[in-house]
Design a protein around this ligand. Structure first.
Ligand SMILES: Nc1cc(-c2ccc3ccn(Cc4ccccc4)c3c2)n[nH]1
Length: 246
C-alpha cells in the first residue's frame, strides 16, 4: 500500500531532505507518494501575501486563512472525498508527538501536514479543515521553533520508517528506544580496542544468553539514569515478564 503524504509550506525547499536516504528510496520504490505544495501558489496578489497583522493587536503576523483554505481544498481534491487525509499541524501548543502516535499514523493511507510560520495560522483554518478531515495539532517537544517545517521533517521520518518495506531489516525496529518502553543499549563495532578502550567482554563471548542479559541490564540502567519517568510508566509485571524472557 502506498502511503500518500502532502505537505504545505511557504518554504517547500525545507522539505528537500525528504528526497534523500531511506525516504527518497521509499519514494522511488513507490512505498511513499510525497507531494510538497507551496502555499504562495494559492495567493492571488502581486506580492503573493500569506500573512497579515493580528486582530486584537500584538507582535508578529498571522497567516491569512484564504491561501490555506485554497491549499487544503487542493490537497483534498487529490484523493477520494470519502477518505480524506488526516491533517497534522505542528504547533508549540499541540499534543506531544510520540512513538505510539508515529505507529498509529504509519497505518493511515493519507496524511497531510500544514507548516505554519509567523505567530501561527488563523484559527478559522483549523475549524474549516475539521469539517472535511480529522485534524491534529502536534508538538515536537517543549521548545519553540520558528515554524512547522522542522517538525514535519522529524515526524515524516519517524512515521515513514515504520511503513513496511521502508526499513530493510524489520528487526532493527524492535528493541529501539521508546518502541518498548526502554532506551536502547550501547552499541560497539570493530576494532576490539580503540585508544586503549575495550569492547565489553561479554559482547565478544558469543554467549547469546549472557549478551541478551547484558543488553537488557544496560537498557534498564540507561533508562533509570536518563529517563526515570519512562521506568515509572513501565509497570512491575511488565518488567518482570521482560526479565523472564532473557
Ligand atoms: N514543538 C514545537 C512546534 C513549534 C512550532 C510549530 C509551528 C509553528 C508555526 C509558527 N511557529 C512559531 C510560534 C512560536 C510560538 C508561538 C506560536 C508560533 C511555530 C512553532 N514550536 N515548537
Amino acid at each position: 500500500m502506498t502511503v500518500r503524504l502532502d505537505v504545505v509550506s511557504i518554504f517547500p525547499d525545507y522539505l528537500a531532505p525528504l528526497d534523500l536516504s531511506l525516504i527518497g528510496t521509499a519514494r522511488r520504490k513507490g512505498l511513499i507518494d510525497l507531494q510538497v505544495h507551496d502555499l504562495r501558489d494559492f495567493t492571488h496578489d502581486r506580492h503573493r501575501t500569506v500573512d497579515d497583522t493580528p486582530y486584537g493587536g500584538g507582535a508578529g503576523m498571522v497567516m491569512r486563512p484564504e491561501p490555506w483554505g485554497e491549499a487544503l481544498d487542493h490537497v483534498l481534491a487529490q484523493g477520494p472525498a470519502d477518505a480524506p487525509p488526516h491533517l497534522i499541524v505542528p504547533g508549540p501548543g499541540g499534543v506531544p508527538f510520540t512513538q505510539a502516535m508515529a505507529r498509529d499514523l504509519a497505518q493511515q493511507p493519507w496524511l497531510a501536514f500544514a507548516c505554519g510560520r509567523y505567530e501561527g495560522i488563523d484559527e478559522r483554518v483549523y475549524d474549516e479543515a475539521r469539517e472535511h478531515m480529522p485534524v491534529s495539532v502536534v508538538s515536537l517537544g517543549d521548545y519553540v521553533l520558528n515554524g512547522g517545517e522542522v517538525a514535519v521533517l522529524a515526524m515524516v521520518e519517524a512515521i515513514a520508517r515504520l511503513i513496511p518495506g521502508v526499513i530493510g531489516n524489520a528487526l532493527s525496529l524492535v528493541e529501539e528506544s521508546h518502541e518498548d518502553g526502554l532506551l536502547e543499549y550501547p552499541v560497539y563495532t570493530k576494532p576490539p580496542v580503540w585508544r586503549a578502550r575495550e569492547v565489553p567482554e561479554v559482547l565478544l563471548s558469543g554467549h547469546h544468553a549472557a549478551i541478551a542479559r547484558w543488553r537488557r541490564d544496560e537498557r534498564l540502567r540507561r533508562t533509570a539514569g536518563r529517563r526515570p519517568d519512562m521506568l515509572a510508566t513501565l509497570d512491575e509485571q511488565d518488567l518482570d515478564a521482560r526479565d523472564r524472557q532473557v
